[in-house]
Ligand binder design. Structure first.
Ligand SMILES: [Zn+2]
Length: 143
C-alpha cells in the first residue's frame, strides 16, 4: 500500500516545465540583469533571421529574447536546425565575456561563423548560459 502511494508521488515530480514556461522564465532572468548587460529589444516585428552570406533562415521572432549590446548580438532561445553548434569548447579571450567558455555557431549553408553559445560563465552572465547569441553584423533580419 505504501509502495503505490510513493510511486504516485514520484511520478508527479516527473512533470517538467513546458516550453512556454521556459521562455518566460528566461525572459525574466534576462530582465533581472538588463541594467548591467542586456538590452531587452522588442523584436516581435522581426519575423525572420537570415545568414547575411547565404540567406539561410537561422531563426524567427518567437525565439528571440533580446539583445546583448556589448557583443552586438541578438539573444535567441530557439534557432533553426541550420544553425550548427561546433562541438569544440573554446575559452573566451573577449573581455566582455570574461572567462567564459563557449561553442561557436556555424551556418549550415555557407559554414560561416554566425555567433556562439555560452557554456560556462561568471555569475553576472549566468542568465545567458545555453542561449544562442547571433552576431548582428553577420545576419539579416526582416519585418
Ligand atoms: Zn550562411
Amino acid at each position: 500500500m505504501s509502495n503505490s502511494t510513493r510511486s504516485l508521488r514520484e511520478s508527479s515530480y516527473d512533470i517538467g516545465p513546458c516550453d512556454s514556461t521556459q521562455t518566460s522564465s528566461i525572459a525574466d532572468q534576462l530582465r533581472a540583469v538588463k541594467d548591467r548587460e542586456i538590452c531587452m529589444v522588442d523584436y516581435r516585428n522581426c519575423s525572420v533571421l537570415q545568414c547575411m552570406t547565404c540567406n539561410t533562415v537561422l531563426g524567427d521572432s518567437l525565439g528571440i529574447c533580446g539583445e546583448l549590446q556589448r557583443l552586438q548580438s541578438i539573444i535567441c532561445l530557439n534557432v533553426t536546425e541550420d544553425v550548427r553548434v561546433n562541438k569544440k569548447l573554446e575559452m573566451s579571450l573577449n573581455s566582455h565575456l570574461a572567462s567564459s567558455t563557449y561553442q561557436v555557431l556555424h551556418c549550415a549553408g555557407c559554414h560561416g561563423t554566425i555567433g556562439l553559445v555560452l557554456h560556462s560563465t561568471p555569475e553576472h552572465l549566468s542568465a545567458l548560459r545555453n542561449l544562442f547569441l547571433l552576431r548582428k553584423e553577420l545576419i539579416n533580419w526582416w519585418e
